[in-house]
Design a protein around this ligand. Structure first.
Ligand SMILES: [Zn+2]
Length: 306
């Protein structure tokens, strides 16, 4: 490495080591190796791929592979992740789901686009599609019997505290009415076989049901997801008036703690082991014949009475 190159590399390294710059500005992955020279932030490889698709607001450079000008390093030093956070995340609603590097592509992409492209969070009270307390639209929903996806009308209403969907477009009565306070929603792209696949689980007659939906547009499905969280947040505030916003945030939709196949035998223990799909969601362990099937059984951590 030439002396000039080495000096620049050292100067860049000093900036990277400043507080806030040691983790990706968008997903918190440690040791980001890329930067947006227009936004003045340090980001990881995966997030840099998303930034690359919004060239109007973000220009990408590798910290290790690309040549850097002194003026660009100065710009990065003057800005950096903490400054960008103050500007672009100033008014993120408490209920908005903040993705990390553990989350799927659609959540991370929409977070990045919301921040820098749409500038959703730079000013107070900006009208946001998911903050109105009412949402109506079509989602592709997996059919219970044949597994085909069908376009279904969904309605989310804060006033009624429900999410409902209709089996036929002209149907008067909804196929299901789900109370928002017992909904969980998690993105499950692999399981559903669509990058925008969302699993909605809810309690009905004391058993857990799941529906699997997606929308072709990433923004739409993430807006649905945050709209559900917004309505849930509103309900929690009413139900727990003494709780802080921070406490309530952790009662919103959550990712499954664990999910996967295990071998299971029956209660008599003389039956053969069968392969079953288990999910651990908060305090409820459920198992299924296969990941998209309805649960065979669900086990709570509440004391059993019999
Ligand atoms: Zn990242």
């Amino acid at each position: 490495m030439s002396a000039g190159k080495e000096r620049i590399f050292r100067a860049l390294k000093d900036v990277v080591q400043k507080p806030g710059n040691a983790i990706c500005a968008d997903c918190q992955l440690p040791e980001p190796e890329w930067a947006s020279t227009t936004l003045g932030i340090f980001i990881c490889l995966k997030c840099s791929g998303i930034h690359r698709n919004i060239p109007d607001v973000s220009k990408i450079k590798s910290l290790l592979l690309d040549p850097w000008e002194d003026s660009q390093i100065q710009y990065m030093a003057q800005h950096g992740n903490e400054t960008a956070k103050e500007k672009y995340e100033a008014f993120v609603p408490m209920y908005y789901y903040l993705p990390t590097y553990m989350d799927c592509q659609v959540l991370r992409e929409q977070w990045i686009r919301s921040k820098y492209e749409r500038k959703d969070f730079t000013e107070a009270n900006k009208p946001l599609a998911y903050a109105t307390g009412y949402r109506e639209g079509f989602l592709w929903k997996r059919g219970r019997d044949n597994g085909q996806f069908l376009n279904r009308k969904f309605v989310l209403s804060e006033a009624d505290g429900i999410l409902k969907y209709f089996a036929k477009n002209d149907a008067k009565e909804p196929k299901a009415v789900i109370k928002v306070d017992n909904i969980n929603a998690t993105f499950q792209p692999t399981k559903i076989g669509n990058p925008n696949g969302l699993q909605i689980t809810y309690l009905k007659d004391n058993s857990t049901r799941s529906i699997f939906v997606y929308h072709e547009e990433g923004k739409e499905i993430v807006d649905w997801f945050n709209a559900i969280r917004a309505v849930q947040f509103h309900y929690l505030k009413v139900a727990f008036p003494g709780a802080s916003d921070y406490e309530l945030k952790h009662k919103l939709t959550r990712n499954f703690l664990k999910e996967g196949y295990m071998e299971k035998t029956g209660p008599k223990q003389t039956e053969g082991f069968k392969k079953r799909w288990f999910t651990l969601d908060h305090r409820r362990l459920m198992y299924y014949k296969d990941p998209l099937w309805k649960p065979i059984s669900s086990i709570n951590d509440k004391p059993q009475t019999s």
